[in-house]
Design a protein around this ligand. Sequence first.
Ligand SMILES: Nc1ncnc2c1ncn2[C@@H]1O[C@H](COP(=O)(O)OP(=O)(O)OP(=O)(O)O)[C@@H](O)[C@H]1O
Ligand SMILES: [Mg+2]
Length: 337
Amino acid sequence: MKKKIVVDIGSSSIKLLQVSFDRNGYNIEKASIIKNPEPEFRKKNDSLTMENLANAIKETLYKEKFSGREAVSSLCGSSLHIHYFDFPSLSSEELKSALYLEAGQVFPGGSEEMTSGYLLLPSKKGKKNVLFVAVAKEKVDKIYHLFLQSKLRLSLLNVDSLALINSFTELEKERNEEIVLVLNIGANFTNLALFQKNGFLFIRDVPVGGNTITRLIKEERGVKLEEAEKMKRNLNDYPDLDIESIIKKGTIKLVEEINRSLNYFYSSVENKRVEKAFLTGGSSRLPFLSQFLSEELALPVEKWNPLNKVKEGSVALGNKGLGDQLAIALGLALEKN
Ligand SMILES: Nc1ncnc2c1ncn2[C@@H]1O[C@H](COP(=O)(O)OP(=O)(O)OP(=O)(O)O)[C@@H](O)[C@H]1O
Ligand SMILES: [Mg+2]
């Protein structure tokens, strides 16, 4: 693909990129981040909701003079069924049928109702370790339709956390950590990616994000959700709000899930430990968060703004500070397809 439009639809914001490729590599020709008018779209995907969403995308593409129709996007959250299967060494045909048999058991509605993909992972001797991802066909149809309504043609639908891994590997080529943990903390979800360079990987979406913190502020202060969101983004104006305790309380579940993921990862690779965690996503802007995670996980934690690593002169986004919301979109942009 010479040129593509990337659409990362988060519940809080929609990220749009226009990317082109030439002999010298990629150019991010346009970038835009807008508020999602339908924050509940992942659960409430009726036709009116999807039409509002499509209009927001279409209008931005038009206003910002994006060009091209080929689009790529990705999914996250509860609509994704992610499974890890361990098989004895099988031929690729045998593996396929074994996979679909297994998947049919774990997927509600059976294998006829799902759209799926799989990735073979390097694994311990003699075994085939497979990452299997499935989504309800109905869900995929709705997304395709949403893109058509937005005057785009969806040519690839990926998974957020895999795009996150791609973003990090493409933009951080010179890094030499053996294993990294990247957390993209959004509004409703944290996309977790644990991976070895060209090796084993583990992905998971944890339903903890900025909204968890907003709801706790709302409860503590007895204010409306919108007011709590404003307070969270302007903490300097509310020095008596104990944001540190709120963040600790709001992220206990996230820490548990990270530890569980680390344990699974360690059981699948040999003698290697995660060296560093990288924090990105709109909610990585919360104060104390990286310090708190670092203490809880006993790991160095660094904030990661992927835009700082995009090649000079390539990005058309006014405010580089917003780059921490672009990790998924950049991962989709830089994918070779
Ligand atoms: N300055 C700030 N301080 C704290 N939180 C912030 C700040 N700016 C944005 N956020 C939070 O970042 C989140 C939005 O980030 P992002 O765009 O990465 O999420 P999203 O992709 O829309 O969400 P998801 O994928 O989870 O549905 C919101 O919860 C918002 O409240
Ligand atoms: Mg997101």
